[in-house]
Design a protein around this ligand. Sequence first.
Ligand code: AHM
Ligand code: MG
Length: 340
Amino acid sequence: MMQVKPQDNLISLSQFLIEEQLKLPYATGGFTALMSHLVYAAKVVTREVRKAGLLDNILGSNSTQNVQGETQMKLDEYADRIFTNALSICGHLCVMASEEQEDLIHIPEGYKCGKYTIAIDPLDGSSNIDSNVSIGTIFSIHRRQDIEAKTPGTKEDLLQPGHKQRCAGYIIYGSSTMLVLSTGNGVVGFTLDPSCGEFLLSHPNMKMPESGSIYSVNEGNYNYWSPEFQNYIKHIKSIEDDKPRSARYIGSLVADFHRNLLKGGIFLYPNDTKSNKFPNGKLRLLYESAPMAFIAEQAGGMAVTIKGERILDLHPKELHERSTLIVGSKKDVEQFLNFI
Ligand code: AHM
Ligand code: MG
């Protein structure tokens, strides 16, 4: 008799989304359709990432800079184009924002405007592309303010607090490609099976351990930090605090976050108090901090700013606004809050 292996029973992301949609009597299928466009783009970007090093149009940087004055890598531009093109024609978005584009991205003429908005970091951790280190894509989906409107979406439709996200997720291009998402009902993770081209449900109910032994921070910035933050880092490394934690820092938010989600720990990107380069932190609220905070909370973790504000309560004022980000296991973030 033919043996059924455990992986033969895994359900695909599209099956999962349809099942979830059927549970909601008022669902129209718009969100499921939007996600299928996003998943298509994720597969195309995966294909290109896997070829990095073979084709000289993928590695390296272009001479252009993005809106934040950072050098754009070729793969940054490519991922931006693939995601925004695939999403703009899905018929369920009214406006988009991308880390790589200064202004709002409108839906092209001839395509329908829908009730959702998306903010996206198409290629996170791009400084790691050339060294074959994990990179990712982060996305945050909201409903527009007036869901009956048929007009093009506005900046206000995008500038909503993180707690109103309808879905947040990331794709990690690592030893495998995974898509992790939350629609406000826990966190689920799908692994791309390259042999059938489907994301399969490999991590059904992701929970962040209550505490962990890892801390992730760019310690090269130590001299830019406030004395309070320096003391906290000294404290978690001291032997009085049980035993010193392990430092793990990849420099790709998606990869650092994903590891801590699985193993437990705390990720910190504080503000720069000396050079004025990042007085409000480096990470972007709309498409980096807020979606990661949503996933962290849904997995039982916490996410706050250096001042202790809940990330999901922040009201963004600008598309590319930055925030500090302290995210991770609940007890570790609580310890940070008590210390600071
Ligand atoms: P980006 O590559 O999309 O510009 O993202 C910013 C990255 C994050 O992935 C990462 O956490 C952080 O910047 C690393 O910054 P640093 O090199 O200052 O430690
Ligand atoms: Mg990024």
